[in-house]
Design a protein. Sequence first.
Length: 266
Amino acid sequence: MNKIQLKILKDLKKEAKKLGHSPKRRDIPVLAWKCYSHFGSFNKAKKKAGLKIVNIRVVNFPKNAFKLDTDLVTIISFLTADGHLYKDLKGFHLYSNNKAVLNRLEKIIYKKFGLKGIYGEGSGYGKCFRYKIFNKKIVLFLRDSGTPVGDKMITSFDVPKWIKENKEFAKEYLKTIFYCEGSKYKRLNGKEEIRINFNKSERLLNDGIKFMNSLKNMLKNFDIETTNVWVSKGNVRKDGEITKQINFKVKSSDVNKFINKISWIK
């Protein structure tokens, strides 16, 4: 290595010590540019300096990465309920107040796509964890496979047709969506009930009802009876959007059937 390269590596180590972690491009834009100029890439320079490489661009994906399978269904269902596909299509995140749930999804995503993400804390009420992945090719595949993009309260979407038409996929989708948005409780008479609800902008209420009816029809294919969909009070968001809550329940007589045929993993 020449003197300039050695100086760059020394500066990288110094910045890492100052920051308390391996630097990212946005932390040191000028030094990152020098890494490109003298090492060919930022990550090559960091590797030479013995620093951790956080984001590695994946080019060669696992052979099943773009196959329609149950792992993809799990990811799509979780993103539809407790996740977000960024509008710029550069990445996505999943969130949960239970980090073990994200750990399980991390393994599924790595097995499916060969991608590793970043953990952080989410916003909102109480403790929330967030797992972020950045890879445009995978995000485009998720979008094209039926994952809603952006703010789901103000976005039209439905259960993807290829999931509805495959009983194994439908079961996995229902299991995950009910884990995220469903609740199981006992009534005063001791009978158990399972309920699911989604919030939707008032202007897209019919779209939200259509989605819930898709879930009901999927359950019907497993011989599981549900109540009619009903709409209850929502709220007014900071952006002025008025939302409504859309609900339905699994009939008490079919709760055990739901647990046996779909599963209840909470």
